[in-house]
Design a protein around this ligand. Sequence first.
Ligand SMILES: Cc1cc2nc3c(=O)[nH]c(=O)nc-3n(C[C@H](O)[C@H](O)[C@H](O)COP(=O)(O)OP(=O)(O)OC[C@H]3O[C@@H](n4cnc5c(N)ncnc54)[C@H](O)[C@@H]3O)c2cc1C
Length: 396
Amino acid sequence: MPGTGVAGPLRCVVAGAGVLGVCLAMRLAEAGAEVTLLDRDQPGQAATRSSFAWLNSNDKAPRAYHDLNHAGVRAWERLAGSLGAAWYRPAGNLEWAATAAGRAELAGRVRRLTGWGYPAHLISAAEAGELEPSLRLPRPAPVIAWFPGEGYLLTEAMVSHLVSHAVRHGATMLTGERGRVTGLEAGAEASGGGGWSVRTAAGPVIPADVVVCCAGIQVPRLAELAGAAGPVPLVPWAEPGATAPGLVAEAGPAGSPGLTRMVHAPDVHLRPHAGGLVHLEAPGAAVDLHTPGGELRRWAGELLHRARRITGGLDDAAVTGYRVCVRPMPADGQSIAGWLPGARGVYVAVTHSGVTLGAHLAGLIAAELLSGTAAAELAPYRPGRFPAGNPHPSGR
Ligand SMILES: Cc1cc2nc3c(=O)[nH]c(=O)nc-3n(C[C@H](O)[C@H](O)[C@H](O)COP(=O)(O)OP(=O)(O)OC[C@H]3O[C@@H](n4cnc5c(N)ncnc54)[C@H](O)[C@@H]3O)c2cc1C
């Protein structure tokens, strides 16, 4: 593929500077590629900013996808260690279940994960209290699981660090209208007859040997611009009732005893956030991009109420922010990573587990681009697996 046979450094345009784009730009720049990283906004402001950012392979199937995500968790440990990163928080995760069905599912999951070599234990209420002194566990004590290998990222700090790192290694970052990709033209003059010309709304036309589309929910749109022969199908996100959007809220200040770990209770998920806040999500909050503001505010208050019931330190807290954000979710629930059929030299990467997978996927993709050798680990996730016919169902 394009990585071979190019004279001089490989010219790579990475379209989209969320977690996938910044990890990849950094890897490519470190390896000596000529990298231009583009974003129509500031880096990391789309799904990556609002993500729960839980590094896990807690409930991923089949086994190969579990292993890919587990490798993702370990890749962050290595990367953060090498960069000395304060945004990497290997805090562990506590989860409990209240209903009989929930208890059976949790115990079964812990057994399965343990058998797969993934750190997971059932623990007592006393042990949970020692691990997280701020917990107010329900009575009678629920079934509690502890996942010590999991953690989270403070994504805004991570993005900023990795962009700086990429730029120090020679990458160019263009944002706003100068970074908004509006056209992808194959074999045009600006590319010297081969490769691609990348048009932006207000920036230069950028010649590239390889274009990598890391634009989250906009990947189908970029694939369309590149003239893809098949779809990059995502779960619908724009229409009323769509399930890809989710509500997140922040609350604070968190008093003493402050939350230190990730917590998954049956009706609220929470973790510490930057600035002494907690980040909150509700598994059952049915919101979409059309939900009225008053309803979102009500949900945000409800999340804080639920969080107060199960953890101390939030009694004097208030909601400081809330918003609906969209998860880029490939239609079959697995990642999409590979060369785009019908657009030689254009690569697409989009996944729902983008924070967990970012560091690891970036390493695999960079190796594919630079060596021209396909990574066996990515074989199940190629875009060509989707049948043609309904070309770009979620592009907008
Ligand atoms: C509420 C929520 C909770 C989540 N929880 C988790 C979790 O716990 N763990 C986990 O691993 N994952 C989680 N995810 C998923 C994860 O956040 C995403 O998979 C990940 O952030 C996607 O990163 P990305 O870089 O692919 O896309 P994004 O972060 O969406 O970035 C895409 C970028 O492309 C840019 N862009 C778009 N169009 C163009 C264009 N035409 N030109 C230039 N730039 C463009 C955008 O501005 C954006 O910056 C969650 C997501 C949400 C929304």
